[in-house]
Design a binder for this molecule. Structure first.
Ligand code: FES
Length: 267
């Protein structure tokens, strides 16, 4: 962990706590992306109203005002929240107005095998990879998924012009510069993809990172990344529109000996 975060002299402790709190708050800022837009269309940053430290994890309560997030004014309106440094298995959080006075906040990652669910429509979320369907609260309507989508508490009182989302313990102190970010390769989004798709990956320590696109039989098609990386979270966006429809693989390898492979579907 960044040592400077722990140096609190008795005389300036309150001041330091304040700046640390501000630092945490900014570190937890969410990017808000319209559900109907591409994955890189960031509309705004949302800061948590407050940050509570619980051991190594942090809790943030986020306020989404309808004046800024107009999609949430209407029933069936939906946005996606991008949480930097959250576990890759979570993806973004889909916040939807599922009834006049009711909201849901769900992980966008299908619990069957990690594809990104489609936008909220007709009270449901479809996953086109293998046909799973979830209801507005994330419960399974049709398999093969057999677990609900991870969900987060929302607070809304009739007449309010905002909704609050409580996101507990998603972000650990690694966001603050802790060098304990482990190597990992995230699921590309959107997936399936027909145009641009983004792959996020974590680098634990400085190393050469190679990410290759492979056929389903493991034959290399192209090299997406090959360079020395600093520790941290990295992203690569690639265009798959020239590829034939089908299932592909992408593999991350590092000079530190880490290897991980995931599937990517082109439609
Ligand atoms: S990944 Fe969603 S149905 Fe298989």
């Amino acid at each position: 962990m960044d040592n400077s975060l722990h140096i609190l002299s008795p005389t300036n402790k309150a001041e330091s706590r304040q700046s640390r709190r501000e630092f945490l708050r900014n570190a937890l800022a969410l990017s808000v992306i319209a559900a109907s837009c591409g994955p890189s269309t960031v509309l705004a940053k949302v800061l948590p109203d407050d940050v509570i430290e619980k051991g190594a994890s942090l809790t943030g309560i986020y306020t989404l005002r309808f004046s800024e997030f107009t999609a949430l004014r209407s029933v069936n309106g939906s946005i996606r929240l991008d949480i930097p440094n959250a576990p890759r298995s979570l993806g973004r959080i889909v916040v939807s107005r599922i009834a006049q006075n009711e909201f849901s906040a769900l992980s966008e990652m299908c619990t069957h095998s990690g594809c990104v669910i489609e936008p909220f429509q007709n009270g449901r979320f479809n996953c086109f990879c293998h046909g799973s369907v979830f209801n507005a609260r994330g419960a399974v309507v049709n398999g093969p998924a057999n677990r609900p989508l991870p969900s987060f508490a929302t607070t809304y009182r009739a007449g309010d012009d905002f909704v609050q989302i409580d996101i507990p313990g998603l972000v650990t102190s690694s966001v603050l510069g802790d060098s304990q970010v482990s190597f990992s390769l995230g699921q590309n989004y959107p997936n399936p993809a027909s145009g641009q798709t983004t792959i996020e990956y974590n680098v634990e320590k400085q190393s050469m990172v190679t990410i290759s696109l492979l056929s389903i039989l493991g034959k290399e098609i192209s090299e997406l990344v090959k360079k020395e990386h600093e520790p941290g979270v990295h992203r690569i966006t690639t265009d798959v529109s020239s590829l034939s429809r089908g299932v592909y693989l992408y593999r991350m390898e590092t000079s530190a000996g880490f290897t991980q492979t995931r599937k990517l579907t082109v439609i």
